[in-house]
Write a protein that binds this ligand. Structure first.
Ligand SMILES: C[C@@H](N)C(=O)N[C@H](C)C(=O)O
Ligand SMILES: [Zn+2]
Length: 223
């Protein structure tokens, strides 16, 4: 195993957390698998993985479960994101960024030039009912990631107000989405915050574990 000491695969400590690692396959904002994602696996610093197991236990007690969409992100993936942003293309398919140009996504705070994902302490997560069938959508099938819940690809039985990685003002944690979506976001954030994670104002799905020192950005590939 070529992971550094102190890092773990999430499925070894929390097999009940659903993994849909989007950057390992094409259904993500770049439209292609991302460099460094040789396998769809969630790898984290041990502290973050252990904290997530506690979040999952809290949610399970109330009949819910977690999905992870991204965990450790190799530095080469962040570099690929920066290249993709710099290659701004007015013919973009805009499902993932319907109202924000590709070239503005870093400045608008939706994609980080130096990401806490690369130090193994950040996760992108979603919420579902514990008894829901697992669904890993492959295509958008609709023009906008902030389209009504019934029209979007099924990431979860629960409406979170937008899809994961929907670079839209409606993804802001306090955006005026439906009452149900606000309640689901609040439930997710409460469970994460109770176990030491801090949310991110622009994206309801992004959380970073507070406490441990960040350490260096890593670049080992996911296998
Ligand atoms: C790109 C998105 N999933 C995300 O994680 N955004 C934050 C800002 C990041 O890139 O660290
Ligand atoms: Zn994130």
């Amino acid at each position: 195993e070529d992971m550094p000491d102190g890092w773990v695969r999430l499925d070894e400590v929390a097999p009940g957390i659903v993994q849909d690692i989007r950057y390992a396959r094409a259904f993500n904002f770049t439209g292609a698998p991302v460099p460094g994602y040789g396998a769809p696996v969630c790898v984290l610093r041990r502290e973050a993985a252990v904290a997530l197991t506690r979040v999952e236990a809290r949610l399970r007690a109330d009949g819910f479960r977690l999905t992870v969409f991204d965990c450790y992100r190799p530095a080469r993936a962040v570099a690929a994101f920066m290249d993709w942003v710099a290659a701004d293309d007015p013919r973009d398919e805009v499902y993932f960024h319907p109202d924000v140009a590709r070239g503005a996504l870093v400045a608008e705070g939706y994609i980080a030039r130096r990401s806490s994902h690369s130090v193994g302490l950040a996760v992108d997560v979603g919420l579902d009912r514990a008894d829901a069938p697992v669904s890993r959508p492959e295509t958008a099938g609709v023009a906008r990631c902030d389209a009504p819940f019934a029209e979007r690809p099924r990431e979860s039985m629960l409406d979170m107000g937008t899809a994961f990685d929907c670079f839209s003002p409606r993804s802001a944690a306090d955006a005026a989405v439906s009452a149900a979506a606000r309640a689901h976001r609040a439930r997710l954030a409460a469970a994460m915050e109770a176990e030491g994670f801090a949310g991110y104002a622009a994206e309801w799905w992004h959380f970073r574990l507070t406490g441990p020192e960040a350490g260096a950005a890593m670049d080992f590939p996911l296998r």
